[in-house]
Design a protein around this ligand. Structure first.
Ligand code: SF4
Length: 384
């Protein structure tokens, strides 16, 4: 039997202890770790669980990678629909403004123009040299509409990150896994050059050097081992310890998507997800919020709060989850009711966490928008 870690808010465990914990199935030991994780989370967040109101902009479904589990990208799209057009995007902004949304979540396949001639043609027709340049344009328009962009643009160079930083409140890139084994032939990342962990860690580290409030996370259930889960969490911890830029880490469960290669693969069990959340709360510094998407664990919200999560991420009452389209968002009021019964309360945040709302971490344009209070914030949180 493995021993439970010391119960203090700064508790941390060794890689060996972490691995032992993932391997055990003794309920009493798991319960001791769960209680410890809950105490750590409560020490850092009291009983607050955060979320953002967002609207989703799937800028393009074309991608140069082909991950076996992907439910987002399309091998081809109708001519002229390679990207959402500026007009389509403006309509989304108008709806976002009307609904008092704070976050515009911009997602895309990675650098589609390097693989799809149709993407290159579309960009050229609209006067853009690259997907990143179009992303900048969209994020800037969001800013002009009083909305804050959170951009998930895949792996980016230092210069691309620096460029997008000027018009974004925060950015994100899932590490998914530190395992290069999953890039080998027959594995889920074998034809996804951007899923090579070194490339992803480079982006995450460069974001830290540039002081970009950043979201990362791991994906569970795509063939990784327990060792690789622990190594992935430690890699994120180490990056944050150097730069302090990770505002949250998402622990995301793989869900099978029809038409993907892994359509018939089993998702990870909720028991395993709970253990990984517990473990993550022990490994990661307390200031990194741990998030699980609520639409992927529907009906089990209380269980994951007790395991140490403190954030639900973006929830949209307007647009679907384009990454997991068969899993609809919960109603915010229902989520509030569920967690209040457990003694917790919901709090709406911006895409940038309060501790990063300063000119060290934000461009002047983003900082000025937030501090002008047009987004109805107080102490960095939204107060409607
Ligand atoms: S998961 Fe992301 S990187 Fe992989 S194919 Fe889908 S959109 Fe592209």
């Amino acid at each position: 039997m493995t021993s439970s870690p010391t119960i203090t808010p700064s508790s941390s465990v060794t890689a060996h202890q972490a691995l032992e914990f993932l391997r055990i199935d003794d309920p009493l030991t798991i319960e001791a770790w769960r209680r410890s994780a809950q105490i750590i989370a409560t020490g850092g967040y009291q009983n607050q669980v955060t979320f953002t109101t967002n609207i989703f902009i799937p800028l393009t479904r074309l991608c140069r990678n082909a991950c076996s589990y992907c439910g987002y990208s399309r091998p081809s799209v109708p001519k002229g629909k390679e990207y959402l057009s500026p007009n389509e995007i403006q309509k989304i902004f108008d709806v976002a403004k009307y609904n008092s949304v704070s976050e515009v979540l911009i997602t895309m396949g990675e650098k589609p123009e390097s693989k799809h001639p149709a993407a290159r043609r579309w960009l050229s027709e609209y006067g853009f040299e690259s997907t990143i340049e179009y992303t900048y344009n969209v994020a800037e328009k969001a800013l002009n509409c009083g909305l804050l962009a959170h951009v998930n643009a895949g792996t980016l160079t230092f210069d691309e990150l620096s460029y997008l930083r000027k018009v974004t409140a925060s950015m994100g890139l899932m590490l998914e896994t530190i395992s290069s084994r999953l890039t080998q032939k027959g594995m889920p990342h074998s034809i996804s050059p951007d899923k090579h962990p070194e490339r992803r860690m480079r982006t995450i580290i460069n974001a830290g050097k540039l002081k970009i409030p950043f979201t990362s996370g791991i994906l569970i259930g795509i063939g990784e081992t327990f060792e690789e889960i622990v190594e992935s969490l430690l890699a994120l911890k180490n990056a944050h310890s150097r730069y302090g830029h990770l505002q949250e880490v998402i622990i995301q469960n793989f869900r099978p998507h029809e038409e993907s290669i892994m359509a018939n693969s089993a998702p990870p069990s909720l028991d395993l997800m709970e253990k990984i959340i517990i473990l993550a709360r022990h490994i990661l510094p307390i200031e990194i919020s741990i998030q699980i998407p609520p639409n992927l664990i529907n009906g089990n919200e209380s269980r994951f709060i007790k395991a140490g999560i403190s954030d639900w991420g973006g929830i949209s009452s307007i647009t679907p989850d384009y990454i997991n389209p068969s899993h609809s968002w919960p109603q915010i009021s229902q989520l509030a009711d569920i967690i209040e019964k457990q003694g917790y309360f919901l709090c709406e945040r911006l895409p940038v966490y309060p501790r990063y709302i300063n000119l060290e971490w934000l461009s002047p344009r983003i900082y000025n928008l937030i501090t002008a209070r047009k987004l109805k914030t107080k102490d960095g949180f939204r107060r409607r």
